[in-house]
Design a protein around this ligand. Structure first.
Ligand code: TRP
Ligand code: ZN
Length: 890
């Protein structure tokens, strides 16, 4: 075993530290093999604490010397800790000198090298891999950092805060000294030493203050930084306008690095980003990449207030900053998108990913509450539940207090807690206290069950119309299944935004009995009991209910609507989200019927006609049409089943897509012609939506052509692939060839590789496209396996590893779940290989097996066996061990 099996950390065991560190001076002599770190800490006893030994965290470090008040002091090294049994009385200064080896740091946590430079990643517990410290978020210190390094190899030396001094040293070395005036937890520390260049922008904010914004990249990448800079400026403007939160720093830096475990990191004043979320050029980045950059730049920038100014007391409170900041970045992207439909398109995308990632998590072996009660490895809890479900919890608060009420609540939160490390309770309390008399204030203790209970509640709706009394009674029930370690669930507070439509699609006024008349056609019902009844009066005819509009709560809705009702909603619902949802439900009903009966899917004219009507609709946005015309994913279909045969699911979905391609052939031809985009590239929602629809049309036309043995459209797709003026169109054309199993894909792929060799992010796409192409006869799996040996492939770069391994195992169920279990063998081998040098990444990939218990035979037994094979190893990291152990406990 590496360090023995780690004990679980429990939320209930939280205790304030016995000592605080108020300030720290750090000096780095940077060297890839052996970096020397000197730290000088001002240590203060916690008046409320018991004193006793001072225990500092430390991992993979070599201590050189320890001085307390300038005198040497005895210390012991324990597992992961440096212990000083007899620290001096009162407050004192502690000086520590230690070494670490950035070059050997393959985990990418702590101080590591990438592309010939030095970078850090400290969240959650990476700072202890740099020097000995109280590496916990409630210990906040003021940092002064001096970096020394070779001037020719590392001309740029960056850390948090303001540059206060720089100059040359002997032996071709130079130094820079940085001071960050804001006390911060160690996880927000960062340094960069590398050969980089910056795009710079000076801005003046509302208060009249000047600020310097920088985006640092490698020399050749400067022409790919414009979009990131624009996104950063937009983020600054938005946070001031929407939440009155100004930029509090003279200098705000973003640095791009090619080796990075996650998306990006919000270090104070020095955000470090995966290149994927910085670099964009029309020739190399797609519309989705542009949108991803805008949202991640926003996300990290917004953390400056929600995360950095107010941080987490302990890691169980992670959603305090992550759920809130995801909510903020989602709102930002919506506000940036412009039209009402563009906002709905963004909302649909967010709900889509919630259902695709978080719902399975909540139903699987790693299910945990938004605020977990225990963890073995905190890195395993940077999850869709903490992030995306956490964001939905914040959104529900906004729904319950209103938009203005929520802004007031945010102000109170900052008034009360600026500069502190706090809990999710503190946040919810501030929002409620700022809105006395609101539904949130009234229900707060019960509302907070959203933080405490894991699992996705199921809301069942039944409506009854009574013609003689002109009343419509809606019964809403809620129920939540038991999850891992949590058998009992209490009722949640569930805001159900809703409306009623007449059968000819007219919105009806919503008056509940005992209420005065109203003209409102949308309202929010707040379900608190296991079952409630709502009786609407003055209802002239039997209505079609439109429930859970804009997905007002993260629940599964079972409304029992028939096709005829769904067709009304698809044609007329004024809520764009539910309009889309109605289309998905129509498709899902057909897919589930085919999968359950194992009969070939045969699309009916009612369905194809409705889809045609959307496709040809004169006023709907192209982006919205694309979403409606895309059937639910295989993952989402699988989530609706009790027992899943991934091959059957794949066959049904493929049949549906092919029949849509055939039945709507002429419409797809029209769509292709009518949605071409000329002129200079812009990632704005309108042209991006047109490109998305044109690309969907092209894929449909190619599929239909293959089925007919005609190659005309493949020829066109290949032509488009060659001539495309931007990556969205080029990738779209390549995808059309791959998805239609065209032989021309075999011409296009090498050409694509030749064109972009040396551009890592595009080569990632090249791997990912091949690994996520629709499976047929095992060819995609065989190709992915062969690609492991491609000279460009390496597991050591996280983006590259994900592009092949995650794409195959996580995003391509039909290629992965094979009757011969070869996919599971592939998975177990990669997890074990990765775990030897990057446990965080290995653990994320391990999690593609979360839902193994739901598989039908022979997949289920084979999957279990593969997990057991991994679990049987004695040399696993805590990260992977926690995941596979929990998987086998199911
Ligand atoms: N806090 C970061 C964010 O939400 C993500 C993060 C957490 C991270 N742990 C990390 C990034 C480890 C890289 C590596 O934006
Ligand atoms: Zn975050």
């Amino acid at each position: 075993m590496r360090e023995g099996i780690a004990q679980a950390v429990r939320r209930a065991d939280y205790a304030a530290p016995a000592y605080w560190i108020r300030s720290v001076e750090l000096t780095f002599d940077l060297d890839p093999v052996r970096t020397i770190v000197a730290s000088r800490m001002a240590i203060v006893r916690n008046a409320a604490g018991a004193g006793g030994p001072l225990r500092l965290h430390g991992e993979d470090l070599e201590p050189l010397r320890v001085l307390a008040n300038g005198q040497s002091v005895s210390f012991r090294s324990e597992a992961g800790e440096l212990v000083i049994d007899n620290p001096p009385e009162g407050d004192f200064t502690l000086e520590i000198r230690n070494t670490c080896s950035p070059e050997k740091n393959t985990q990418l946590s702590g101080l590591y090298t990438s592309g010939g430079g030095f970078f850090t990643q400290c969240e959650a517990e990476g700072f202890r891999r740099i020097t000995y410290f109280l590496d916990r978020p409630d210990v906040m210190a003021v940092y002064t950092v001096t970096l020394r390094a070779s001037k020719s190899r590392y001309p740029v030396l960056l850390s948090n805060g303001n540059l206060v001094e720089q100059g040359d040293l002997d032996n071709g070395r130079h130094f820079a000294k940085w001071h960050d005036p804001f006390p911060k937890p160690s996880y927000l520390f960062a340094l960069v030493a590398a050969n980089l260049v910056a795009r710079e922008q000076h801005i003046r904010t509302r208060s009249g203050k000047n600020h310097l914004l920088q985006v640092w990249v490698r020399r050749g990448d400067l022409d790919k930084t414009e979009h990131a800079m624009n996104s950063l400026i937009a983020s600054v403007v938005w946070d001031e306008a929407r939440f009155k939160l100004p930029l509090d720093l003279d200098r705000f830096m973003i640095v791009a690095v090619g080796d990075f475990n996650m998306g990006a990191m919000e270090n104070k004043g020095l955000n470090i980003f995966n290149t994927k979320y910085v670099l964009a050029h029309p020739a190399t980045a797609t519309d989705d990449d542009y949108a991803g950059i805008e949202s991640v730049v926003g996300h990290e920038y917004f953390h400056n207030w929600t995360g950095n100014r107010i941080t987490c007391r302990d890691w169980f409170q992670l959603s305090l900053k992550e759920g809130l900041t995801v909510f903020r970045d989602q709102e930002f992207s919506q506000d940036m998108s412009g039209s009402a439909t563009a906002r709905a398109v963004k909302r649909i995308a967010d709900v889509h990913s919630l259902r695709e990632m978080q719902f399975p998590e909540d139903a699987g072996t790693m299910a945990h509450p938004v605020r977990p009660d225990a963890y073995v490895e905190i890195n395993n809890f940077y999850t869709a539940t903490v992030y995306e479900k956490g964001a939905e919890v914040v959104r529900m608060m906004q729904t319950l207090v209103g938009r203005d009420g929520f802004a007031k609540g945010m102000s109170l939160y900052f008034e009360r807690h600026d500069g502190q490390a706090v809990t999710c309770d503190d946040f919810a309390q501030a929002i409620a206290d700022a809105n006395p008399g609101s539904e949130l204030a009234r229900t707060l203790p019960q509302f907070k069950r959203w933080y405490a209970q894991a699992g996705t509640p199921r809301v069942t709706a039944r409506g009854r119309y009574d013609a003689p009394t002109r009343t419509y009674t809606l019964a809403l029930d809620q129920h939540c299944q038991p999850t891992h370690g949590q058998a009992e669930k209490q009722p949640y507070v569930i805001p159900v935004a809703m409306g009623l439509l007449s059968r000819d699609g007219q919105p009806m006024a919503l008056r509940l009995e005992d209420e005065p008349p109203t003209t409102a056609t949308e309202r929010v019902l707040v379900l608190e009991e296991a079952r409630s009844f709502y009786t609407f009066v003055d209802v002239d005819s039997e209505p079609v209910p439109s429930l859970l509009r804009h997905f007002s709560a993260p629940v599964t809705l079972v409304d029992g609507l028939h096709d005829a009702d769904l067709l009304v909603l698809l044609a007329h619902d004024p809520d764009a989200f539910n309009r889309w949802e109605a289309g998905q439900r129509l498709a899902l009903n057909r897919l589930l019927a085919a999968v359950r009966s194992d009969a070939p899917l045969q699309l009916d004219a009612a369905f194809t006609g409705a889809m045609r009507e959307v496709l040809r609709h004169p006023t709907l946005d192209a982006a919205f049409k694309t979403l409606v015309l895309t059937p639910p994913s295989e993952t989402y279909i699988a989530e609706q089943l009790e027992s899943v045969d991934p091959q059957r699911v794949h066959a049904a979905r493929e049949a549906m897509v092919l029949q849509l391609a055939q039945a709507l052939h002429a419409d797809w031809e029209w769509a292709w012609d009518a949605h071409q985009v000329g002129g200079p590239y812009s990632p704005a929602p309108e042209p991006a939506g047109r490109r998305a629809l044109a690309n969907l049309a092209l894929a449909m036309l190619c599929l239909d052509a293959t089925a007919r043995g005609d190659v005309l459209w493949q020829g066109r797709a290949y032509q488009r692939f060659k001539d495309a003026a931007n990556m969205t169109d080029r990738e779209g054309a390549l995808w059309a060839l791959l998805a239609s199993h065209s032989e021309m894909a075999d011409l296009a792929l090498p050409r694509f590789h030749d064109l972009f060799r040396g551009d890592a992010l595009v080569i990632d796409k090249w791997f990912a496209l091949q690994a996520s192409a629709p499976e047929r006869d095992g060819r995609v799996f065989a190709r992915a396996k062969a690609l492991l040996k491609h000279p460009d492939f390496t597991l050591h770069n996280p983006n590259r590893a994900r592009s092949l391994v995650r794409s195959l195992c996580g995003d391509n169920p039909a290629a992965f779940h094979r009757a011969d279990a070869a996919g599971y063998v592939f998975w177990s081998e990669r997890v074990i290989e990765l775990d030897a040098f990057n446990p965080q990444l290995a653990s994320r990939i391990a999690r593609v097996m979360d839902r193994w218990a739901q598989l039908a035979e022979p997949y289920r037994s084979a999957a279990r066996e593969a997990i057991a094979r991994v679990a049987a190893r004695t040399d696993l990291s805590n990260d992977v061990r926690e995941v596979v152990t929990r998987a086998l406990e199911t």
